[in-house]
Design a protein around this ligand. Structure first.
Ligand code: FAD
Length: 650
């Protein structure tokens, strides 16, 4: 059964996953611990070159530039690589995902012709220079300028002050030769908003180019093998064709043109190209979680502590608290895995379709933003739980937890801060109702959530209208549970183990929260308050709406995977894991369900009981569930050795 479970998890790109696993298992490719920073950086660059030479880093790029034009396979490879050294993963993410992705998605044919092969082969190491010291999440407020000099046919890229330095930029401190720089474009004296340009930063011999200043960000919490740096530009000139001009061009005569007239929409479309990066970090978070769970579950099946008087000591995983710490996290990781597979499938479809409708693009953006936030937080929580579950052995540096904790920590921040991403997801969820509610101006709403005050009466009216419509749609009265209706998990809403009931619980919560947010936003705006102030007041609620939506889509993806599984034994195992995921989420929100009369006190207690029962039922399959992750042994070797040594010493 483990083999069929592994096949199911590996999905359609199993071959590329196996190639990456084989590479990770080769001598010399295991994650490194404790290398001096410069040696670690050199090792990471050497590994990245090896992967590029083997063609593995071009998979997502068009065939004519040496790739396979296959985003699904490229993300599958990236996800699998996350079992190894995470500095290597992030270095590859910066070079091929962010820098390469900016050239591919924001550039046009002449950029592709000129740079893509050099980028995928790593002959041209580059940076994605968006964040500034002064602004990270609020990209619209970036202060670097790119002013067009029509007489010279050049852009002048400039950092006006220290706050406008590009900061934390991967590949900047040591290896990068060029950067995709995000700057405020000024053409003929008119500000055109944030656009990206390709700016050389170092010569071939590695010397920093005139007008460019680069500092090393120095020691970090983790990812020490990545050379993050700070870049400033002093009136650096680049030719007109340095502008990545898919969504906006500056013509030879010095006029600006964009097929997307509205600047806010243009901005959001450009940023939409970050979806692939978010999906990649999401997948990497899930893999890192799997590594931690593999180590902790395996150890809990060999380590014995205490026991009945006169009897043998008991395996850690036979203790309820240990099951509680590891098995719901394991079930959640399975859920996130299936949701991620769905996200990647949709992304792949979108990338192979010429014209993706706005609505579909927005839904993808919501999915990637929400899932990345939840998966990276889940990684942080689970890695810590696994470390503790391994006791002192988990704390030793030779073990992988130190690196896993330190290196994945920032997954909650880069590719979009999680709290900011959940707000983006919530904004999209509200906007998705636009068609049903007539004239909502989505840009008005986008500005609203981007922190801009909606100035015009027309925009205010549009927002009021959609919020009123949303509230009307979502407000229908809900059946309330009556005391005594439910006992031991059974009641008017059905069995807790019943998938329909589980889906109904999570969907109900999500809709209820969205409805509440809509009502509060509408009430605030109707009372004449500034939309920005209303939003700030409701912000925790807004974020919760997105979080509840992610819980729901994860359960839907998990439930569909269970349904599609034809092997009866495997189906039964996944069904238990899926119920454990669903009820873990319900249990975490018991207060909400009781406050809103959706669970009685008796039924709420039944949720706890059912979670306990499901943990016990899943316990015999725990090893099989982590085996199916197929983490290459060298990615776990140290931890296993440490576990074994500690066992012997004891
Ligand atoms: C190791 C590392 C590598 C990186 N690599 C790159 C790179 O290669 N290229 C690049 O361009 N950038 C890179 N970054 C930058 C990264 O993308 C930013 O740090 C991130 O976008 C967050 O921006 P910030 O640091 O300015 O945080 P801020 O935006 O200042 O956020 C700080 C806190 O404030 C909260 N906050 C912000 N806005 C709001 C709001 N509206 N409402 C409520 N709360 C809010 C956030 O949730 C967060 O907790 C990297 C960062 C690190 C640490």
């Amino acid at each position: 059964m483990t083999a069929s479970l592994r096949t199911l998890l590996d999905g359609p790109n199993a071959d590329v996953r196996d190639l990456v696993r084989a590479w990770l298992a080769e001598p010399g490719n295991a994650p490194v611990a404790d290398l001096p920073r410069e040696e670690h950086r050199a090792q990471v660059l050497a590994w990245a070159r090896e992967l590029a030479d083997a063609g593995g880093t071009a998979i997502g790029f068009p065939v004519e530039y040496g790739g396979e034009g296959n985003v699904g396979r490229s993300i599958a490879a990236f996800e699998t690589l996350a079992a190894g050294d995470l500095s290597l993963l992030v270095k590859c993410g910066v070079q091929f995902g962010l820098f390469g992705g900016a050239v591919l998605h924001l550039g046009t044919e002449h950029h592709h012709e000129r740079y893509l092969s050099a980028i995928t082969s790593l002959q041209l190491p580059g940076c994605f220079a968006m964040t500034e010291t002064g602004h990270g999440s609020n990209v619209q407020a970036l202060a670097t300028t790119a002013t067009y000099d029509a007489a010279a046919g050049e852009f002048v890229v400039h950092t006006p002050d220290a706050d406008a330095r590009k900061d934390y930029i991967g590949n900047a401190a040591r290896d990068g030769r060029m950067a995709a720089v995000f700057a405020q474009l000024v053409v003929d004296g008119e500000a055109r908003g944030v656009h990206a340009l390709l700016v050389p930063i170092r010569a071939d011999d590695g010397g920093v180019l005139p007008g460019v200043t680069i500092e090393d960000c120095g020691a970090k919490l983790g990812l020490e093998g990545v050379d993050n740096g700070r870049i400033a530009f002093d009136q650096v000139r680049v030719p007109r064709d340095a502008l990545l001009d898919r969504y906006a061009q500056v013509r030879e005569d010095g006029t600006y043109f964009s097929p997307i007239e509205n600047p806010t929409k243009r901005f959001f479309v450009m940023l939409g190209t970050l979806i692939q990066g978010r999906a990649s970090v999401c997948g990497a978070s899930i893999t890192a979680t799997k590594v931690a769970l593999d180590i902790a579950v395996r150890r809990s099946l060999t380590r014995r502590q205490f026991g009945p008087p006169g009897g043998d000591e008991v395996l850690l995983l036979d203790y309820r608290t240990h099951q509680r710490r590891l098995l719901p996290a394991l079930a959640t990781t399975y859920g996130l895995h299936f949701a991620q597979a769905r996200l990647v499938e949709r992304l792949h479809r979108a990338f192979t379709t010429d014209d993706v409708p706005d609505r579909e693009r927005r839904q993808l953006e919501t999915f990637a933003a929400g899932l990345k936030a939840v998966a990276s937080w889940h990684a942080t929580d689970t890695i810590q739980a696994c470390r503790e579950a391994c006791g002192g052995a988990g704390y030793l540096r030779a073990n992988r937890f130190a690196a896993l904790k330190a290196d994945t920590d920032v997954f909650t921040t880069f590719e979009g801060d999680n709290t900011v991403l959940l707000q983006l997801a919530a904004k999209n969820l509200l906007t998705d109702y636009r068609d049903e509610f007539g004239e909502l101006d989505p840009l008005g709403l986008a500005s609203f959530f981007a922190g801009q005050v909606i100035g015009t009466l027309a925009e205010r009216a549009a927002v009021r209208k959609v919020l009123a419509g949303l509230a009307a749609r979502l407000l229908p009265g809900r059946a309330r549970a009556k005391p005594g209706d439910e006992a031991a998990g059974r009641g008017r809403y059905g069995e807790l183990r019943d998938r329909t009931e589980q889906l109904s619980l999570l969907r109900w919560r999500q809709e209820h929260i969205l409805q509440g947010v809509a009502r509060r936003l509408k009430g605030g705006i109707d009372s004449g308050r500034e939309p920005f102030d209303v939003l700030v007041d409701c912000q925790d609620h807004v974020v919760e709406a997105a979080r509840a939506w992610v819980d729901r889509v994860v359960l839907e993806a998990f439930a569909d995977a269970v349904e599609a599984c034809e092997d009866p034994e495997l189906h039964a195992l996944l069904d238990r894991a899926c119920s454990l995921y669903a009820l873990t989420r319900v249990e975490a929100e018991r207060g909400f369900y009781q406050e809103h009369g959706r669970l009685t006190a008796a039924r709420s207690k039944a949720v706890i009981k059912t979670v306990n029962a499901l943990c016990a039922e899943l316990r015999p399959d725990a090893e099989r569930l982590v085996d199916a992750f197929a983490i290459p042994a060298p990615a776990l070797a140290d931890a296993r050795e440490v576990a074994a040594n500690v066992e012997q010493a004891a």
